[in-house]
Design a protein around this ligand. Structure first.
Ligand code: PHE
Length: 455
């Protein structure tokens, strides 16, 4: 498996690793999707369920992936194979996930870049218009230009390498992200009429606790922690052997949940105030960030500044996530084909640009192309998130729980004398509870897409 021409990159410190992994985890999922789900599933109820799951389910799955990476020192294709030859296929399937997501994530990253530019340059009035977003994504040149800018910035950081690119960028961007998020959420709470939203967000409405709420929280957590994407395995393989594994996982988990919580504090009160307390305003789904929020910003004092800061912070969050996606694909290509980093980067970009251009045009010039009734971007999103990722994660649970055994992960955690206090929890989660949850999200998302149930 070795023989790659270049020495494998390594993060220099625990902090660098935690920032990079948290950078991957914190993304559009935290900022846009979490608040919207929390508003939909009972505010405080969803929060409690989510936090309970984060410290049990999320912790266990993330620990498993990072340990597999650090133990083998390889990205996902090689890692599974090295531990058990029979699981080679699982690694291959896993490697497809970031390769599918990376191109369309950059298309959405391009939309965020566009909105940040619009607010910074002061053309935000237009962006609050009803048909602005639809007009933008269905045009040809503009979304393509912003897609290329976004993928270009991501690639520039990847070219600089694990230490000088990913680690440095994450250690600078992540603290800025926290400060901006805190600032925006505090301002958001001071808006007239916002307190109703804060109250709704924080109060548990236990009558709204349902299987759907739990499944939505599991699905969100799973996506939010960048699980089943090969990312945590790859980043784990760049971890030094003497760093603390379980401690790092707890920190990443905490960081990701904190930003999701604060994102709710920025968005829910502002939308509440804007809609005069109408909860359904939060249910705008994907349109929330690009259609509803610009209107909300437009209606407030200092809306332009607020909007500009907001979209810049979303841009940083999306950038550190797309970095982790590209790095995972590059790492797989380097490990598998023993080519130089730069060659692997070129291959990755050529493929990503071709797929990304198709996704981008899928809303305009290629609008007639439908796969299984979905637009190209939606189809890629559906196959990766709702089908392949739960399957990969179930595979990882079986692999760890019943083949290499939870003890193998415990050995990796404790190899430097670190105590693994949650071992029993981890054991039960990996062997029994997580697979049940994952089968639940797999079945429900397929039924949902077939229109048999609505989530
Ligand atoms: N974890 C990211 C989020 O919460 C999602 C993501 C990360 C998607 C990396 C792709 C790649 O938004």
């Amino acid at each position: 498996m070795s023989g790659s021409k270049e020495k494998r990159g390594k993060f220099t410190s625990n902090l660098g690793f935690v920032m990079a992994a948290a950078g991957s985890a914190v993304g559009l999922g935290n900022i846009w999707r979490f608040p919207y789900l929390a508003a939909k599933y009972g505010g405080g109820t969803f929060l409690i369920v989510y936090i309970l799951l984060a410290v049990t389910f999320g912790f266990s799955l993330m620990l498993a992936e990072i340990s597999i990476g650090r133990k083998t020192g390889l990205s996902c294709i090689g890692a599974f194979e090295k531990l058990d030859k029979r699981f080679k296929l699982l690694g291959i399937v896993n490697a497809f996930v970031p390769a599918i997501i990376f191109p369309y994530y950059c298309v959405i990253g391009g939309w965020v870049t566009k909105y940040a530019t619009v607010f910074i340059t002061g053309s935000d009035k237009k962006a609050a218009g009803d048909s602005y977003f639809g007009g933008f994504i269905s045009s040809t040149a503009s979304p393509l230009i912003f897609f290329i800018i976004f993928i270009g910035v991501t690639t520039a950081i990847i070219i600089l390498g694990v230490q000088n690119g990913i680690e440095k960028a994450s250690t600078v961007l992540m603290p800025i992200l926290v400060v901006l998020t805190l600032g925006v959420s505090i301002y958001s709470m001071t808006i007239k009429g916002a307190m109703g939203g804060v109250k709704y967000y924080l109060t548990p409405h236990m009558n709204e606790l349902s299987v759907k709420c739990i499944l939505a929280a599991v699905g969100q957590l799973f996506y939010s922690l960048s699980l089943a994407m090969g990312i945590m395995i790859t980043y784990g393989s760049y971890m030094k052997k003497d760093t603390k594994l379980a401690v790092s996982v707890r920190q990443i988990d905490f960081f990701d949940t904190l930003i999701a919580f604060l994102a709710g504090m920025m968005i829910i009160p502002a939308v509440f105030a804007f809609s005069g307390g109408d909860r359904s305003a939060m249910n705008a789904g994907p349109g929330l960030m690009f259609i509803t929020l610009p209107k909300v910003f437009e209606s407030m004092n200092f809306g332009r500044v607020f909007g500009a800061v907001f979209f810049v912070l979303v841009f940083f969050a999306a950038l550190t996530s797309s970095i982790s996606l590209e790095e995972t694909v590059v790492s797989v290509i380097m490990d598998k084909y023993h080519v130089s980093r730069i060659k692997a980067i070129i291959w990755t970009n050529v493929i990503a640009v071709v797929i990304g251009v198709m996704c981008s045009l899928g809303y305009g010039a290629l609008g007639f192309v439908k796969i299984a009734g979905m637009q190209i971007l939606d189809f890629l999103d559906f196959t990766s998130n709702s089908v392949i990722m739960p399957i990969v994660s179930i595979g990882i649970c079986i692999f760890v729980g019943y083949f290499i055994k939870p003890k193998a992960i415990a050995d990796e955690v404790t190899r430097n004398g670190e105590t693994f206090t949650e071992y029993k929890l981890f054991y039960v989660m990996i062997k029994i509870i997580s697979p049940i949850f994952l089968i639940g999200i797999l079945i429900s998302s397929i039924l949902n897409s077939l229109g048999i149930i609505t989530m």
